[in-house]
Design a protein around this ligand. Structure first.
Ligand SMILES: [Zn+2]
Length: 378
């Protein structure tokens, strides 16, 4: 007998039918308190060596229908090693056929980053020598919102802020942070040693713990899209942003990177602040240098494909990287990784995944180091 479940960390699906293996009919569930509909994560049991057909019948009405073009679903037997299964979109229905080699299999929109792994990351990095871990406060659901401080304790040391998962379904963002933190703490790495000696890193690995656990794509437990809350965060509706913004105002910001995932574009890219009032020629030059240096540091990063420069012009200062760049007059970037794959360097077995996001997180330290060296000379 086939059964479908999603009652676990970041699980989300609605079941219409699963009696017949060739007619498993499901719907993508909306975020818990908002209409965004894209993330799914569920287990199918009772299907060993059985050819099954899974259909997500509302995929065509999802928030980002372009996300299903050339999309392969991620699958895993052990919830740890994930591989891709090709899908097709027919009349708004996302469909895949698969013959699982075990009794039960997980399918998800993207490789999950579990709350348990988050707690382990915070604990492990927070306990490392020279690292300070601080609980900034509570989320809407009462979870801990934690920040990690690494590097120089000098008052004048430039502050490098890295945040991830404002949009909780963009799990690649926390994989990215894990790779960045692990390289920073590699005592044999000269880039990391240079950075920790001269700068102070302020890192929030998961900005949206409630949305992550609830299996939301874009919103917290009050239905807030945190990346539209930066101009006027509210203690009730968006305490996560309120708390981090207050910590920034206390510390200052020399460089800000906000890590995200993009549903449709199969590339790694950054969105800059060209449209933000007060964006100077010096900032434009710094941004161009950072992009050039990032390209040299990782062949996964490119600047040919991305967002139009004026994409968020009307609501710009509600977005984290725009608000921070404007408020602190610093280089401030939104980093986007793909849900699908990097079309310049595709991997048909795994697509873009956690491991590749981690390598990107390690690679960004070089352009950060070059930016800080240039800044010190100004
Ligand atoms: Zn995002």
């Amino acid at each position: 007998m086939i059964s479908i479940s999603s009652n676990f960390d970041s699980g989300a699906i609605l079941v219409d039918r699963c009696e017949q293996p060739d007619d498993i009919s499901l719907r993508i569930r909306a975020d818990s308190h908002a209409d965004f509909t894209q993330w799914f994560h569920f287990r199918v049991a009772g299907v060993r060596d059985t050819p099954i057909t899974v259909r997500l019948t509302n995929a065509g009405q999802s928030t980002y229908p372009g996300g299903w073009r050339d999309y392969s679903v991620v699958a895993s037997y052990d919830h740890s090693n994930w591989f891709r299964v090709a899908t097709r979109l027919v009349d708004g229905v996302l469909e895949w056929q698969h013959t699982p080699a075990a009794d039960a299999i997980y399918y998800a929109y993207f490789e999950p980053y579990s709350w348990e792994r988050h707690l382990e990351l915070i604990g492990r990095i927070g306990a490392a020598p020279g690292v300070e871990q601080q609980r900034l406060g509570a989320t809407v659901d009462g979870r801990d919102l934690d920040i990690l401080y690494l590097g120089s304790r000098q008052a004048q040391a430039p502050r490098v802020w890295i945040i991830a998962r404002q949009h909780p379904g963009e799990t690649m963002a926390e994989w990215f942070v894990e790779g960045l933190l692990e390289r920073l703490l590699d005592g044999a790495d000269p880039v990391s040693r240079t950075l920790l000696g001269s700068a102070r890193f302020c890192v929030v690995p998961n900005m949206n713990p409630d949305g992550a656990v609830r299996g939301n794509l874009r919103t917290n437990a009050a239905g807030a899209n945190l990346n539209r809350e930066w101009l006027e965060p509210s203690r009730e509706r968006s305490p996560e942003v309120w708390l981090v913004r207050a910590a920034m105002q206390k510390e200052g910001v020399a460089l800000f990177v906000d890590a995200h995932g993009d549903e449709a574009l199969p590339y790694v890219f950054v969105a800059g602040n060209d449209m933000v009032p007060g964006f100077t020629q010096a900032l434009a030059d710094s941004q161009a240098s950072f992009i050039a240096n990032f390209k040299n540091a990782s062949p996964d990063f490119q600047d040919r494909f991305g967002y139009p420069r004026d994409k968020h012009s009307t609501e710009a200062l509600k977005l984290a990287s725009k608000w921070v760049g404007h408020e602190f007059g610093c280089l401030s970037l939104t980093l986007e990784m793909p849900f699908k794959d990097n079309a310049n360097l595709p991997d048909s077995q795994r697509g873009w995944d956690g491991a590749r996001s981690k390598r990107l997180g390690a690679a960004i330290l070089l352009p950060i180091a070059q930016y800080l060296a240039d800044r010190a000379q100004m």
